[in-house]
Design a protein around this ligand. Structure first.
Ligand code: C5P
Length: 312
């Protein structure tokens, strides 16, 4: 039987990349202070939330490319997002969540955070909570450092542990290619490796490079290419040395820049335009260096409700 529209909401939320990721020494709570510039790119997970009127259970089903890599127990970040809303606002109804994944799991692209952001937006509508964007951003920060950015999208500066986001002006559209590696990297493990590799007393407070902000304002890919940076890259390469060959291959094929995405292991490449991105994606696909290749442009908006549920 078809479900009435008010009983089902689908939200689409984007992956993130870090155009600059500067990491300070660990804080007493174990988190690392960051100065990062996030960009949301057009690789999406869709979360469909279907109302359970008779009980307060939260269930999750995961479909798509990376479904087998996603936990479906209480550790699932989308489940935690729904439960957080239930407990904060005394919600007595439940929800069945269906996640259609195209964002790699543990790939340094905020796949889990994206699903949590999408779930907050979906359940807010489904349960008629009428929470404001700033309420949602506060809850998002409790769920994970990247979750507030996944709500707002576009291009933004992230401070604190990454959860304090403010919009950054960016002109035009950039064309990205992603080489998705076999297996993931655990974010805490990469932070730990970074601390092991760096003499901590010499680590400075995190800063965003001014040339990155001016490159974004210019909208010029060539300017952006020389302004990208990622403090976590050496740590990710230390744990997965084979990724260096993937980065080099992309550069040899004409990418303007090659970098590890966030904590990795996804490699990202900046192309001069959409045509060069297609060419690069083809070469990478044929290289056998990665599990799969995706192209996406950025920036794009954050989590948003789709007009109608997508049929299976
Ligand atoms: O915030 P989130 O739950 O996504 O972070 C996962 C883990 O990554 C944290 O438990 C912490 O070990 C590490 N982390 C960090 N500094 C940050 C963000 C995350 O050390 N700014």
């Amino acid at each position: 039987m078809p479900v009435p529209p008010h009983a089902q909401v689908t939200v689409r939320a984007p992956a993130k990349i870090n155009l600059g990721l500067s990491v300070g020494p660990p804080r007493p709570d174990g988190f690392h202070p960051l100065a990062t510039v996030y960009q949301a790119v057009a690789l999406y997970d869709d979360v469909t939330a279907t109302l359970r009127e008779d009980d307060a259970d939260v269930t999750v089903e995961v479909l798509g490319d990376f479904a087998d890599d996603v936990p479906t127990d209480d550790s699932n970040l989308a489940v935690r997002a729904a439960r957080l809303l239930q407990s904060e606002y005394d919600v007595e109804e439940g929800v069945d969540l269906t996640i259609r994944k195209t964002i790699p799991v543990a790939g340094g692209m905020a796949g889990g955070s994206t699903d949590a952001a999408a779930t907050l937006v979906a359940c807010n509508r489904l349960w008629g909570l009428q929470l404001s964007q700033s309420d949602l951003e506060r809850l998002a920060a409790d769920l994970g450092s990247d979750v507030p950015f996944c709500l707002v999208g576009h291009t933004a500066l992230g401070r604190g542990r990454g959860e304090q986001v403010t919009e950054v002006l960016s002109r035009g559209t950039f064309h990205w290619v992603f080489a998705i590696a076999d297996g993931g990297l655990s974010t805490p493990a990469v932070f730990k490796e970074l601390d092991r590799l760096r003499p901590l007393r010499r680590v400075e407070a995190p800063e965003v490079r001014p040339e990155l902000l001016s490159a974004l304002l210019s909208g010029q890919p060539a300017a952006l290419a020389v302004a990208l940076s990622n403090d976590m890259q050496d740590a990710a390469l230390s744990l997965r040395p084979e990724l260096a060959a993937t980065l080099q291959f992309g550069l040899d094929q004409g990418a303007l820049a090659a970098m590890i995405s966030g904590s990795g292991p996804t490699c990202l490449f900046l192309a001069a335009d959409s045509r060069s991105a297609v060419d690069l994606a083809v070469e990478l696909s044929e290289s056998g260096l990665c599990r799969m290749v995706r192209q996406a442009e950025g920036p794009v908006p954050g989590a948003r409700i789709l007009p109608a549920p997508i049929s299976r």
